[in-house]
Structures are given as structure tokens and as C-alpha cells.
Design a protein around this ligand. Structure first.
Ligand SMILES: Cc1ncc(COP(=O)(O)O)c(C=O)c1O
Length: 363
């Protein structure tokens, strides 16, 4: 059996270090917002090229608190993409704002910046690009358009820990950036976790208030806030894994290059990498117009693949917006397949490639 992602394999490979990090927290008696969270926040801020980091409970909350820190709420519009986890859009609606969708660039699967300007009006407050699958969105153009229109930019980095654009980390371009540490992510906890990073002290301070009851000082809420804290045990585990993140990302890139070589010429559209970008392959996504037969063939051979995502957000019941022209997004959702991709996949990738080749040999 080969899974599409396998966080358990990463635990087994790092068992001793993870178990001793957990034991350190248990023995410390500090279980909420203690020294592990503080240390992780400092280390992760540095890693992403930011001055500030605020650990929160998950990636969806990271986006919600970032939006609220920017004062976004009812009556406001936030421009984003529809090819993303529904969490991106859920956070926009939780803030009270409305999501406005732009189509994707069909090669990188990230925001088509050519459509941005035409979606901006007096209600627009922010642009929320997603670095989907581990590939950076076109942040140069996005920041330029945002600055011209005085808009806030919040990066959704949930799938792109460590990806770079012109040698600069994703998460260091926008006013705020949000990460998820869901177990399968490039930097994954063993449970839920998330973070907001920023170089803007006022915005970072606001997120810090919002994540804990709006407390500037204990037992005295100065603003309406939430409870969205990063757990101390998860912070300790994340510190172990952050040290290894460059190695994990290198393993993913090596696997991607094996897929690129082994699968060429079969008729699958491989992931593209735009000039100046490093892709961190949270997912390795190929396209095939009649994908169901290939998925069935792989399943018969014990190989699980994913579809990220089968239904674009604008076609989901809660977030329906059917008047929009999102042709590339809709086409991608019908053709994409996420092949097994995680740092510990190792030589099992050969089994996956052989199985894919055997499908095309008989079809
Ligand atoms: C692009 C994107 N944004 C946001 C999220 C939400 O993160 P979480 O599941 O930690 O709330 C995810 C995770 O699935 C994601 O992939």
C-alpha cells in the first residue's frame, strides 16, 4: 500500500527526537503559550524572513485572525482563487467579508494576475493569493497591483513552507502571511497548528491580542478576541521538524525530479516551475483529461492518489458564485491528480512510476 501522503512515516523516522520533545513539555508543567511556543515563534519568524510570528491553533484561524487584524469585515471584499482548500474562503466569510474569485494561471495553478485589476472596486480591501501545491504565486505583480490600489496582501502559505521567489521566502512579501501545520504539510505537527508571520509590528501585535481573548493584559480584554493558541506540545514537535524542513523539502524536490524524468512522454502534464521560483512540492500534481481510469488502475495496485481539489470552491454549496468565469480553474478540477509525495516515499516512487507506465502501455 502506498499512500498519497504519510505523516506516520515521518514520525517513525524522527521518533526519538519527537518523543523527547513531548516529554520535555510534559515535565515542564507549562502546557499553554510557554517557552516552546515562544522559541518556535522566534525560529519560524527567522526561517520565513519575518520579524514576528504568532502561533495559532490552525491555518484557517491564522487566515481569520490575519483578516481581522487588518480590520476586514462586513461589506468588504477579498480577492482570492477558487482552486484552493475551502479553508481559504471559509476564513474570508468568517471575517464577515465576501470572497471574489479570479482564475488561475493554468501552468502554475496560482492566481492569474492579469485578472486582478478588473476585480478591484471600492469594496475591495485585500488580496489573498495562495501558493498552491508549494509553488509561489506571482508576488511581484500582486504587490505592485496591491500598492497601486492601497490594498492589504495576506499570503496563504499553508502549502508552501520554504518555497522561494527570487531567493525570498514566501510569507515575506505580503503584509501578513499564514501557515498551517496540519500533519501532512511540508512542516507538519502531530495534530493541528498554524501561524501568522509579519514584518509589521502593529499587525503582529493585533494578531497576538486576537488569538487570546483580546487580552493586552491578563483578564482584561481590550478588543473582542478568540481562543486560538498554538499548543505547547505541538510547538515542541514543530521545533524538531523545522530544523529538518530544508532536508524534507530537498527530498520532495528529488522525488519530483524522478517523477519528471520517469513520466515524461506519457501524456501527463507535469507541474511547471516559473522562472525564479523554487517549488517545494507539497503536492506533485499532474493533469490527464480522462483521469478516472488511471486512478482506478493505481488503486488496484495499492497506490492511493488524491485530487486537490475535485470541486472548485465557487461551485461548493456554501460559497457558490456561478456568475464568474473561472474556466481554467474548472478544467483543472476535472483533470488533476496528486501523485504520492512525502519526504519518506523514497524508493517506493519506482513502484508508482512503474504502475503509471503499465497503465499507459496497455491504453
Ligand atoms: C491552502 C490552504 N489554506 C488553508 C488551509 C487551512 O489549514 P488548517 O487545516 O490548518 O486549518 C489549508 C489546509 O488544509 C490549505 O491547504
Amino acid at each position: 500500500m502506498i499512500l498519497c501522503s504519510d505523516p506516520h512515516a515521518q514520525f517513525l523516522d524522527n521518533k526519538t527526537a519527537i518523543e523527547s520533545a513531548i516529554a520535555r513539555v510534559l515535565d515542564s508543567g507549562r502546557y499553554i503559550l510557554g517557552p516552546e511556543t515562544q522559541a518556535f515563534e522566534k525560529e519560524f519568524a527567522e526561517f520565513t524572513g519575518n520579524k514576528y510570528c504568532c502561533g495559532v491553533a490552525n491555518g484557517t484561524d491564522a487566515l481569520l485572525l490575519a483578516l481581522k487584524a487588518c480590520g476586514i469585515g462586513a461589506g468588504d471584499e477579498v480577492i482570492t482563487v477558487s482552486l484552493t482548500a475551502s479553508a481559504t474562503v471559509s476564513a474570508i466569510y468568517q471575517s464577515g467579508a465576501k470572497a471574489i474569485y479570479v482564475d488561475i494561471d493554468p501552468r502554475s495553478y496560482t492566481m492569474d494576475v492579469n485578472q486582478l485589476q478588473q476585480k478591484i472596486n471600492s469594496r475591495t480591501k485585500a488580496i489573498l493569493p495562495v501558493h498552491l501545491y508549494g509553488h509561489p504565486a506571482a508576488m511581484g505583480s500582486i504587490m505592485e497591483i496591491a500598492n497601486q490600489n492601497k490594498l492589504t496582501v495576506i499570503e496563504d502559505c499553508a502549502q508552501a513552507h520554504g518555497a522561494t521567489l527570487n531567493d525570498k521566502m514566501v510569507g515575506s512579501f505580503g503584509h501578513l502571511a499564514c501557515f498551517s501545520f496540519y500533519p501532512t504539510k511540508n512542516l507538519g505537527a502531530i495534530g493541528d497548528g498554524g501561524a501568522v508571520v509579519s514584518n509589521d509590528k502593529a499587525l503582529a501585535d493585533k494578531v497576538r491580542l486576537l488569538r487570546e481573548y483580546g487580552w493586552e493584559e491578563k483578564f482584561n480584554s481590550s478588543i473582542h478576541g478568540w481562543n486560538s493558541r498554538l499548543d505547547e506540545i505541538q510547538a515542541a514537535i514543530l521545533r524538531v521538524k523545522l530544523e529538518k524542513l530544508p532536508h524534507f523539502n530537498k527530498c520532495r524536490a528529488d522525488l519530483a525530479s524522478i517523477y519528471n524524468t520517469e513520466l515524461q512522454g506519457l501524456g501527463l502534464v507535469p507541474p511547471a516551475v516559473r522562472d525564479g521560483c523554487t517549488h517545494v512540492y507539497h503536492l506533485y500534481v499532474v493533469r490527464l483529461s480522462a483521469r478516472e481510469a488511471l486512478i482506478g488502475h493505481l488503486k488496484d495496485k495499492g497506490i492511493t492518489v488524491g485530487i486537490h481539489y475535485p470541486v472548485p470552491v465557487h461551485q461548493q454549496t456554501a460559497y457558490r458564485a456561478l456568475d464568474t468565469d473561472l474556466g481554467f480553474t474548472e478544467q483543472a478540477c476535472e483533470e488533476i491528480i496528486s501523485l504520492p509525495m512525502y519526504p519518506e516515499l523514497g524508493s517506493k516512487i519506482e513502484t508508482v512510476c512503474d504502475a503509471i507506465k503499465s497503465f499507459f502501455a496497455k491504453n
